[in-house]
Design a protein around this ligand. Structure first.
Ligand code: TYD
Length: 215
């Protein structure tokens, strides 16, 4: 943890509207005068974007589960050093679209690599940095995948290796997020993303507002 700044993350299943909600929150905070630094994973840095291409490119079907795990952490380590820690040290609010919880649920749980290996790598890559609050957008899997796949088809998206996984895989992802929120109820908040975007944004705001530093 860090004394200065505030570190928040967005998490959730495919198609839950994470990106839209993150944009709404960032705009609201900036409107109030906060300095907000955004990160996304994998890919929040130039090096991370190169890693993102390898790990999400649909054609890389033979990427091994362990290589996949290490690539997600390689991208994260770069973002922690280059973007997140320096911004927190300056007192900024940092918001990341996905972080280690994604690796816990997708690789640790859904792929079956286990929680321990993910937490051990987290210690190396993040050196104790953990989000103060994690906003986890929760949605029925069939509905979420339908939304995500429609979006992928629309823009001829090639970064679909994970979206293309089976329904069963994505159901395990959702279960794992629920498990995470039971383990850490103070930090990981499940948010019903099936509602109107404005209602979801209001729910998020009620969780974030009490944590904001005084301007
Ligand atoms: P993202 O770009 O957030 O796409 P979306 O918002 O459409 O889900 O994430 C890309 C994919 O990478 C997503 O399927 C989740 C997966 N992922 C992991 O499997 N492990 C990780 O550690 C991270 C950060 C993402």
């Amino acid at each position: 943890m860090t004394d200065a700044g505030l570190f928040l993350t967005f998490e959730g299943v495919e198609g839950g509207g994470k990106t839209t909600q993150m944009r709404l929150l960032v705009e609201r905070l900036r409107g109030l005068g906060y300095t907000v630094v955004e990160n996304y994973e994998p890919g929040g840095t130039e090096i991370g974007r190169q890693i993102r291409r390898i790990v999400l490119w649909a054609a890389n079907q033979n990427l091994s589960p362990t290589a996949e795990l290490l690539l997600f952490f390689a991208s994260r380590a770069q973002a922690v050093d280059e973007v997140i820690l320096p911004a927190l040290a300056k007192g900024c609010i940092v918001i990341s679209d996905r972080f280690t919880d994604s690796t816990l649920v997708y690789q640790g749980y859904a792929r079956g690599l286990g929680r321990d290996v993910v937490l051990a790598l987290d210690k190396v890559a993040c050196r104790g940095l953990a989000p103060r609050l994690t906003l986890c957008l929760d949605l029925d899997i069939e509905l979420g995948l339908h939304r995500a796949r429609a979006r992928n088809a629309e823009d001829a998206h090639e970064e679909t290796r994970l979206d293309d996984e089976s329904l069963q895989f994505h159901k395990r992802v959702r279960e794992a997020y629920h498990d995470l929120s039971r383990r850490e109820p103070e930090r990981v908040k499940l948010i019903d993303a099936g509602r109107r975007p404005e209602a979801v944004a209001e729910c998020i705001w009620r969780l974030v507002e009490p944590l904001l530093p005084r301007l």
